[in-house]
Design a protein around this ligand. Structure first.
Ligand SMILES: N[C@@H](Cc1c[nH]cn1)C(=O)NCC(=O)O
Length: 440
């Protein structure tokens, strides 16, 4: 079978296998939006407590990103990803069985712990199996998988919950995940050489790092101002997007427009669709144009304007809300280019560390924003409850979207900084830096 014997084909099969795990990571982490009312009713939570239950995944996920980068570079993506997947899915099953808020929070933390390794392992896998000028396309394609998972976490999940109840639906997702973990372990190999092939032309060789080299790379990454600026940008944009699509987007639409959770989830589904389309298309375009930063500036401006519309108007027509959610997903494709930017500035054998560090900041944002938005909503809450669920005010939602808009402005300023400093020498690199040849 050529799919198996040809390394240029096999890498797609392996990427897709790991991608399925990443899809499940996204279903789990974004499921709280659709489950919000079930969880509030099951555990009797306030908005801030629900925000925390959602965010605990992201806290653990964020903290784990630098260790994950080290594990991906040192142990390799296959074993790290398969182990993480087992841990994540045991956590999912535990969450489905949880009887108290505390148990549910611990279980969701376990889901975050296991899930935290998958994305960086996929990027590490891509650095081993794909050329540097294919990397933005591959990271964009991996984000598209996240979008696909996000779509599953909306209407399909809502329909599943309606038909089978939230506990059975979540439990089955965990069972499927355990099967996928076994498949990743059985099929994936860390590099073409590990799979018995020659090295793929144009892909840098991957030396095994010593502890001293690891430390040196980590220090080099943490000293690099570009990493910090990309990190702030990702902190804001990933934080806002995951909070909207993963938690507060659904209650906002349900309570502002008086529609069902299933209808509201169709709108947040558009965010997932945007993520499926934007990152791969923009990543591909960036690789073709050999340009990163110019696209990021344009994306930053558009993203901020979109969020600002909801903050200013409060309850624009639903079609506008849908368009904002869709564009927020599409524009994330420009921020994803940040992963290629940081990877190209450091040796390829340390790509797990550089991308993991930026991803850690992204998920710190995803951990902080839900709770802060929950506080804002609780602050403007008038005491109204329907079926044990808090009904928030339009003012609360407008201020929450105001915060999202400010985050967009900060991300935009970061892209301007990157634009201004584009072309500056990289601190250390053994690969062709697209930034240095972009001519932007
Ligand atoms: N797709 C992003 C996260 C995101 C942002 N908005 C919606 N989803 C992603 O995949 N980030 C990397 C990761 O580790 O998951």
């Amino acid at each position: 079978m050529r799919l198996w014997r040809d390394p240029l084909r096999r890498r797609w099969l392996l990427w897709a296998t790991m991608g399925t795990l990443f899809l499940l990571v996204n279903v789990n982490r974004l499921s709280t939006a659709v489950l919000s009312e079930n969880l509030m009713a099951a555990f009797g939570t306030t908005g801030a407590q629900l925000g925390t239950l959602h965010a605990v995944f992201f806290w653990v996920y964020a903290v784990m990103q630098i260790p994950t980068g080290v594990l991906a570079d040192r142990v390799g993506p296959r074993v790290t990803a398969a182990t993480g997947a087992v841990v994540m899915n045991l956590g999912v099953v535990w969450f489905a069985l949880a009887e108290s808020y505390l148990t549910a929070t611990l279980a969701r933390g376990l889901v975050g712990l296991g899930g935290s390794v998958i994305f960086v392992c996929i990027l590490r896998f891509c650095a081993n199996w794909f050329r540097a000028d294919e990397f933005a396309t591959m990271s964009g394609a991996t984000f598209a998988v996240a979008g696909f998972g996000g779509v599953f976490a909306t209407t399909p999940l809502a329909l599943g919950v309606e038909a089978f109840g939230w506990r059975s639906t979540v439990g089955w997702i965990g069972a499927v995940g355990l099967v996928m973990a076994a498949l990743v372990f059985a099929l994936v190999r860390d590099s073409p050489v590990d799979a018995g092939f020659e090295r793929i032309e144009g892909v840098p060789g991957q030396e095994t790092l010593t502890n001293a080299q690891l430390k040196g790379h980590l220090a080099g990454v943490l000293r690099d101002r570009w990493i910090w600026v990309v990190s702030v940008m990702l902190f804001c944009t990933t934080g806002v997007n995951l909070t909207l699509f993963g938690l507060w987007g659904v209650p906002y639409v349900v309570q502002t427009y008086d529609v069902s959770v299933t209808t509201a989830s169709t709108l947040t589904l558009l965010g997932g669709v945007g993520l499926m389309v934007g990152p791969p298309a923009i990543g591909w375009l960036s690789d073709r144009l050999e340009s990163r930063v110019g696209l990021m500036v344009a994306g930053g401006a558009c993203y901020t304007v979109c969020l600002g519309i909801i903050a200013v108007v409060g309850n624009p027509p639903l079609v506008v809300v849908g368009a904002v959610f869709l564009l927020a997903g599409v524009m994330l494709g420009t921020f994803v280019l940040g992963y290629s930017v940081v990877k190209d500035r450091h040796p390829s054998s340390a790509s797990g560390i550089s991308t993991g560090t930026a991803n850690g900041a992204a998920f710190l944002g995803a951990a902080i924003f839900p709770t802060v938005m929950g506080w804002i909503l609780d602050t403007y809450w008038t005491g109204e409850l329907v079926g044990g669920v808090r009904v928030y005010t339009e003012t609360g939602y407008r201020i929450a979207f105001g915060l999202a808009t400010v985050a967009g402005v900060i991300a935009f300023v970061c892209t301007l900084w990157l634009y201004r400093h584009d072309g500056a020498a990289t601190p250390e690199s053994d690969g062709a830096s697209l930034e240095r040849v972009s001519g932007e």
